[in-house]
Write a protein that binds this ligand. Structure first.
Ligand SMILES: Cc1ncc(C[n+]2csc(CCO)c2C)c(N)n1
Length: 223
């Protein structure tokens, strides 16, 4: 079995619960409260600033020039492509770029990015990929499912652009590219090392779920 298949099976229940999360369901039906979406956009913007650095670390840790170049390209695409979606949404809500950038991360957000960056700084390329992959792969699964189960969700006046971006084939091919690298790097690795990689994938899959919870309901510091 390919290692990516093992990972997919490991987090099956978590990703299934993600598809049923009221935030995700609300994106599809269009019934998501706007205040939750605004909180999501602002939190996600600062998340993406840290997340994009994972690709800078990826370029440092890559073993081949081609992989370095792909990581560098992705870093640029997140900063100028994906974050543009957020800036455009923010403009519609009258939120300035400065306000977006100054968003204070809520505890779950901070814990999630801190964990990923710790793995990127201290771990191998395989560990880095396992920590960042649920972000990419789970969004592709969500985008595809939303576009299939609610075909009109792409036309929704507010959430349509979000569904269109994340259900695109481009996002699918990004996930497939990383999955392929991971499967090659893990081929023949001892179980002891695979277990560590699996743990990173499980942890960030859980953080992804918690991010939806936080976006939906808030979740500020208790004191
Ligand atoms: C919390 C959170 N998790 C995943 C994504 C999705 N995402 C972030 S970067 C990237 C790949 C390259 O652009 C994808 C799919 C997000 N926006 N926010």
């Amino acid at each position: 079995m390919k290692f990516s298949q093992r990972l997919f099976e490991k987090v099956g229940d978590i990703w299934e619960k993600t598809h049923q999360h009221p935030f995700v369901v609300g994106l599809g039906t269009g019934e998501l409260p706007v205040e939750s979406f605004i909180r999501y956009m602002k939190q996600d913007y600062v998340y993406l600033i840290d997340y994009s650095k994972m690709f800078a670390y990826g370029a440092v840790k890559a073993h081949e020039v081609e992989t370095m170049a792909a990581f560098a390209k992705l870093l640029d695409e997140i900063l100028h492509g994906e974050m543009d979606l957020h800036r455009q949404y923010a403009e519609r809500f009258g939120i300035t770029n400065q306000e977006l950038e100054e968003t204070k991360p809520l505890p779950n957000n901070l814990a999630y990015t801190s964990y990923m960056l710790k793995v990127a700084q201290n771990g191998s390329l395989e560990e880095l990929i396992c920590a960042l992959l649920p972000c990419m792969w789970s969004y592709w699964e969500i985008g595809k499912t939303l576009a299939e189960t609610n075909p009109s969700s792409k036309e929704h006046p507010l959430y349509g652009d979000w569904v269109t971006m994340y259900s695109s084939d481009e996002f699918g091919s990004l996930s497939l590219w990383l999955i392929d690298i991971l499967d090659r790097l893990t081929n023949g690795k001892p179980e002891r090392e695979l277990a560590i990689l699996e743990e990173h994938f499980l942890t960030t899959s859980r953080f992804e779920y918690m991010f939806w919870d936080m976006a939906y309901a808030g979740g500020d510091w208790p004191v």
